[in-house]
Design a protein. Structure first.
Length: 361
C-alpha cells in the first residue's frame, strides 16, 4: 500500500515524528511538505533534530491569507497526488495543510486518515476548529487521542463507530522519544537557572491581532518585574510587535524561534510555561511542567479538567492575578506537579496496526 503523508508546520512534524519512520518500514510512503512554515528554524531544523528523512516533495507555499494558502496547496497537492496515486493519505491536527491535504484527497476519492481527530474547542471563531471539523467529516479513518475526542465523534457528532479509533496521543510517543535529544546546555546560553524563569509562546491568529496582543504583552511586562521570561517569538507575532512598536520589558528575553532540542530543554527546566499552543499544552503535561493557557478555550480540556493545565484567558487582570499568585505560592505549583496524568505510549503502533489491517482487507 502506498501512503502519502502531508504536513506543513512544526507541530505536525513533531507529532508525526514517531509515525513517519514506522510508515516507511511497513508501507511505501511519500512525504509531502506544503511549506506552510517556510523558515528553516520553523521546519528543517526539526527534521534534523528528530532524525527524519528528507521529504519527497516540498511545495514552498509560504505565507498568505487562509484562502491564499489553502488554494495554493490544493492546486499543488492535486498534481502530486495525481502523479503518485497513493492508496491513502495521512494528515494530522488542524492546520491549513491538514485541510488542504484532506480536501484534495477527498476530491480524488483517496481515503483520508486523520491523526488527532475529534479534538474540539467548541469555538467556531477559531480557524483551527473549522479545519478539524471539516477534515473529520471527509476522513475514513479517525484516530482519536483521548476519550473526550472519541466521545465527541461517536456521541456528540454521531460518526459511525467503525470509522473512529481510540489510539492515544502521538505527542506522548514523540515527547518521550525525544527526551534523549533534549539540549540542557541552552540555559547557559540565555543566563537562566532551572525553575527561575517562565517560558512564553504566542502565535494563534486571535492572539496576534494588535489589541489582543498588546493586552497580553502588557500583562507579561508586569509579570517580568518579578521573574525572567524567555519568549521565543513566532514570526507572525514578532512582525506585529515590531510594526506596532509594542514595548517589551527589560526582563523579557526575546529570541527567534527555537529548535526542538533547545525548546524542550527550556520547557523542562522552566518554572511553568504560558502559551496558546495546543502542542505545548500536551508536551508540558507529559513533562510535568505546569501550563497556563492563554486562550478562552482549548481542544485539550482533558488536562484542564484534571487540574494539570490552567485555562487563563487573555485579559490583563486575570493573567497577572493568577501568575502572581503562583509566583508567591510555590506550594500551588507543587500541587499541580503532583497531579499524575496517564502517559499511555503506543499510539504509533496502534495506528500502524490498523493501517496494516486495512491493507489486508
Amino acid at each position: 500500500m502506498k501512503i502519502a503523508t502531508i504536513f506543513g508546520t512544526r507541530p505536525e512534524i513533531i507529532k508525526l515524528s514517531t509515525l513517519i519512520p514506522q510508515l516507511d518500514k511497513e508501507f511505501e510512503q511519500v512525504l509531502i511538505h506544503t511549506g506552510q512554515h517556510y523558515s528553516y528554524k520553523m521546519d528543517k531544523i526539526f527534521f534534523d533534530e528528530l532524525r527524519l528523512r528528507d521529504c519527497d516533495y516540498i511545495l514552498n507555499i509560504g505565507s498568505g491569507t487562509h484562502a491564499q494558502q489553502t488554494g495554493k496547496m490544493l492546486i499543488k497537492l492535486e498534481k502530486v497526488l495525481l502523479y503518485e496515486k497513493p492508496d491513502m493519505i495521512i494528515v494530522q491536527g488542524d492546520t491549513n495543510s491538514t485541510l488542504a491535504g484532506a480536501l484534495t484527497a477527498s476530491k480524488l476519492q483517496i481515503p483520508v486518515a486523520h491523526v488527532e481527530a475529534g479534538c474540539r474547542s467548541f469555538d467556531r471563531r477559531m480557524p483551527e476548529e473549522i479545519n478539524r471539523i471539516l477534515v473529520d467529516n471527509i476522513s475514513e479513518y479517525l484516530f482519536t487521542p483521548d476519550e473526550n475526542s472519541y466521545k465527541n465523534l461517536t456521541c456528540l457528532e454521531c460518526f459511525p463507530s467503525e470509522k473512529v479509533y481510540l489510539v492515544g496521543n502521538t505527542s506522548v510517543d514523540a515527547c518521550l522519544r525525544a527526551k534523549e535529544l533534549f539540549n540542557q546546555e541552552t540555559l547557559d546560553d540565555y543566563c537562566l537557572e532551572k525553575g527561575k524563569y517562565i517560558l512564553f509562546t504566542l502565535h494563534r491568529q486571535e492572539n496576534t491581532k494588535i489589541d489582543g496582543l498588546k493586552e497580553i504583552l502588557m500583562a507579561l511586562n508586569a509579570i517580568s518585574d518579578k521573574i525572567k521570561v524567555l519568549f521565543p517569538a513566532h514570526l507572525r507575532t514578532r512582525k506585529v510587535i515590531l510594526e506596532n512598536k509594542i514595548e517589551i520589558g527589560d526582563n523579557i528575553i526575546l529570541t527567534d524561534p527555537l529548535g526542538y532540542k533547545d525548546f524542550m530543554g527550556l520547557l523542562t527546566n522552566s518554572k511553568f510555561v504560558m502559551t496558546d499552543s495546543g502542542g505545548i499544552q500536551e508536551e508540558a503535561a507529559v513533562l510535568n511542567v505546569p501550563c497556563l493557557i492563554l486562550r478562552d478555550n482549548t481542544e485539550w480540556m482533558y488536562y484542564v479538567e484534571m487540574g494539570k493545565n490552567l485555562l487563563l484567558g487573555t485579559h490583563f487582570d486575570k493573567i497577572v492575578k493568577v501568575v502572581n499568585d503562583l509566583l508567591e505560592h510555590d506550594d500551588k505549583i507543587s500541587e499541580i506537579e503532583k497531579i499524575k496524568i496517564p502517559i499511555n505510549q503506543g499510539a504509533t503502533e496502534s495506528i500502524i496496526s490498523i493501517l496494516k489491517k486495512h491493507e489486508i482487507d
